[in-house]
Ligand binder design. Sequence first.
Ligand code: SF4
Length: 350
Amino acid sequence: MTKIDLKNFSLNELEQFLSGKGKERFRATQIFKWMYQFGALSFDEMTNLSKDLRAELQATAYISSMDHSAVEVGTDGTRKYLFTLEDGDSVESVLIPDEGRNTLCISTQVGCAMKCEFCLTGTFKFRRNLSTAEIINQICAVKREFEVRNIVFMGMGEPLQNLDNVIRSIEIMLEGNGLHLSNRRITVSTCGLVPEMAELGSRVTCNLAVSLNATTDELRDRMMPINRKYPLEELLRGCREFPLPSRRKLTFEYVMIGGVNDSLEDAKRLLKLTSDIPNKVNLIPFNEHDGCEFRSPTREAVDAFHKYLIDRHVTVITRDSRGGDISAACGQLKGKLEKNSLLPVDQGDA
Ligand code: SF4
């Protein structure tokens, strides 16, 4: 009989699973606490469950976990983890340290089908969605070593193409008996799947980041093929309607590419397009990578773009190149490992 991974259940679903076996529903809360607050990996550790229940669970279910198979540490403390999954595929997560408010960037798919032209992950063929357990275990693994306060779904993959597992993982993060994170500290990033944005907002409360990157449909069609399906007007309508946590602003991510989208004309159009949406802008100077013809913007272009928006009272953060020395842009660690045949440590003998 195939055993069931309890980390694929929300609390509600675990209650149903247990009541289907004739057990009290509150046992689900106890198990959740053991898994997510005490990091238990076996039923033997769950000392407030009867021996009989533990044996029954042992026979039908298990608790999965993941360990990183490689890690790169940047000079600024950014840690990039590579996780090898049960089927041999791999994904990555990045921990960005910040005095007690560490942020973990997690992946939701192996590869990505969205083919954004500037993105290294887009060059890896889409393989599959991650399960809820695989999403949540990236957090559990890092939490064994470091406190994690903020979660951003900005790693490998388009989260809204794996909507049910992303939503279930957010439910586990928000659950008081689970990872117990605040909805103000969870951000889902999308390239612009408008109907799924609406569904996400109707099922859970969290922050939203939209990877915008261009201010005309002509350019965005080229950079991000999803724009041909959901052009800017429709995307911005979806942004306006998204129900954010109270007093939160939507984030627009803007990857600045030299000579492509980094002029003051682009900054003006960006301001015009987004001025009626409470928002902040993350400017991300493009990191050049092999096989991509795009170039990094000049420092002057980034500063001028930043200043134009700041002077007009937009909240702007220009991401410093944190982790630049360890290939922190999404997909780059995996690319580097594959290119250099640097095998994950636990597969060195394979
Ligand atoms: S930017 Fe995001 S959505 Fe686009 S290809 Fe890369 S991972 Fe996929």
